[in-house]
Design a protein around this ligand. Sequence first.
Ligand SMILES: *[C@@H]1O[C@H](CO)[C@@H](O)[C@H](O)[C@H]1NC(C)=O
Ligand SMILES: *[C@@H]1O[C@H](CO)[C@@H](O)[C@H](O)[C@H]1NC(C)=O
Ligand SMILES: *[C@@H]1O[C@H](CO)[C@@H](O)[C@H](O)[C@H]1NC(C)=O
Ligand SMILES: *[C@@H]1O[C@H](CO)[C@@H](O)[C@H](O)[C@H]1NC(C)=O
Length: 638
Amino acid sequence: MVLSRILLFSVFLIIVGSEKIRYDSFKGCPISDKEYKETIKRNTTFWCVNEIEPCDPDEGRRVDGSCNNLKHPTRGATHTPFYRILPAEYDTDDGKFEPRKASDGGPLPLARYLRTSFLAEGKVPDPVFTQLLTHILAFVVSDVLSLQDTVNYIVWRPYCCLPKGKTDPNCVPNEVPVDDPVHRFSGIRCFNMTRPESFQSMGCIKNGTVPERIISSTPMMDLSQMYGNLYENLAKNGRKFEKGLLKYEVEDDRIWPPSTKTKVDLCLLNQKPVEKRCHATPEDGSNTLLGINLFSIWFWRNHNRMANALSELNPAWDDEKLFYTARDINIATWTQIVYYELLPLLMGRDNLIRDSVIMSTPGFRDLYNEEKLPQIALEYPLVTRWFHVMQEGALKLYDQDGYYLRDFPIVNLTLRTGWLAVDDNIDYITQGSFRQACGKADYIVDPDMSEVGLGPHQRANDVLTSDLAKNRYFGFKPYVAYREWCFGRSYDDFDDLKEAFDPERLELLKERYKSVEDIDLMAGLWLEKHVEGGYIPETLYCIMSEQLIRFVVSDRHWYERPNRPHAFTADQLLEIRKASVSRLLCDVGDKVSEIQPQGFVRAGPKNKICSCEEIPKIDLSAWKDSGCKNHCHYRNRK
Ligand SMILES: *[C@@H]1O[C@H](CO)[C@@H](O)[C@H](O)[C@H]1NC(C)=O
Ligand SMILES: *[C@@H]1O[C@H](CO)[C@@H](O)[C@H](O)[C@H]1NC(C)=O
Ligand SMILES: *[C@@H]1O[C@H](CO)[C@@H](O)[C@H](O)[C@H]1NC(C)=O
Ligand SMILES: *[C@@H]1O[C@H](CO)[C@@H](O)[C@H](O)[C@H]1NC(C)=O
């Protein structure tokens, strides 16, 4: 009797255990069968419903990001809402949500007009940083964003600058003034742009409410670009289901992510028939901007390098255990490079230690707070677009001995992975990435960014004008509101802003905006003074730190935690601490046998190019498993 009860009970558990629970993706609460059927009828299930298996507190990080927060299982998953640092501010006069008006009731100055006023065009090499820095910054943001808002105006709505665009409320192109310094000669009066997709536009919540941005990536540092956001996609386009490996192809002795076999070709700029490679990774995220494509290839190879090493160390481990351990180390390596190598250079190491973004010691740390939901601030991906001022347009190609070969425009390499695999291009572009300076963080922008933007995809575009315009469509409060939030004082007139801007920049702001309340957040960042001990504007520092700390405290699977499921041992964490971008390139870069120890910093007397033998390595023997003799499982769903 008792036995049958136990049996019955465990059968019950198994059934319940495998039954998915359906949640409203916006609200995060379970929905009824009836509500679910309605979403099927409206064809909104994909965006508006999260179907997830019940949480298991001992399970590792899920690919779909669910169950990160055990009280709110969908938070951290794909298609879940952002939070706002400050409440939205829109013009809602017509019952719509349009960019806010200026304080005198008129429209704010045109985005393109402000961009051409505030940022000059030209090229100044940065004295400190290399191209690798701007490449990885694109990759950092792509971990928490998806590309749909760009694809929207290139592919889905290619008519925003045509008469048809006037009838589509999703088209919000940027007007180019008649006296524009460049386009007074070309006759181009319009740049394509679309309104950001939202829970409203996807049909998940009622129209006529504050727009809530929707994206596909999971809002965590978890290499979404490679592992995807859905188990189905990872199984289809990622895992080889053999020795923990990701699928790969070998071409000309180089290892690549698999190339897509379908007719849908996202590599719109591949010059066929010569350029064929188009990478089919779980989210197609590795065929976008060049920097993202490069780091995707490198971390893809890095996963397999580790899976192979772990499999040799622990022959008893099964595919599942090898895969999830390699992924865990790969994500930790990635996060370690961003937090402890990249950000201290840009934001100042002492600043970050003071603000608890990083630690000064190499041991564990645990700041986990279940009350903080794993989410991204809507402001974060927008403000990081400031880094476009550091983007260099002309990539220099170098050979292995450091001899300069030729230039290639980075804007021609968007949605074009095929180019990397021909003529040894990836070898030369990799060498260039740590030998060439990026653009200086000043008031000067590379003309390819501000006049070409997406390259041959568009007749003309200005990435930075779009940045400012998007700032408005996200409904951000004025720059001074954010500065006030950051520094705890108010700014009522232009004189109050003397502490934030050089006299010349302040005068420029005064000429273009009638009131301090009118200054756009993005425009303020463009002209603001830089943080002491770092290279980025003060308010950018402040908003970025808010998000960087949020990642640490809200992520139950944060790699520095000693008591997360499958946590690293102290020895393993010490190995992760050795990660560096230069080591990554030595391990998986093409023909990299020499590099400077600090790959984000230009080579020089204090950072001499040396043999890879001298760059510290992660010793994977810390993962040798003496306790595991036969079958060793990793607790994660397939
Ligand atoms: C249903 O939604 C999916 C995902 O958004 C989309 O790909 C598909 O085309 C839609 N089908 C119809 C019939 O509208
Ligand atoms: C909101 O309006 C858009 C059209 O602009 C439509 O596609 C969408 O389905 C609407 N959302 C809801 C929830 O009705
Ligand atoms: C880059 O694209 C432009 C068109 O936008 C084209 O005119 C130019 O020749 C291309 N440059 C290279 C090096 O392919
Ligand atoms: C707008 O987008 C379409 C489709 O991508 C493109 O053909 C057109 O050149 C773009 N317009 C401008 C002004 O760039």
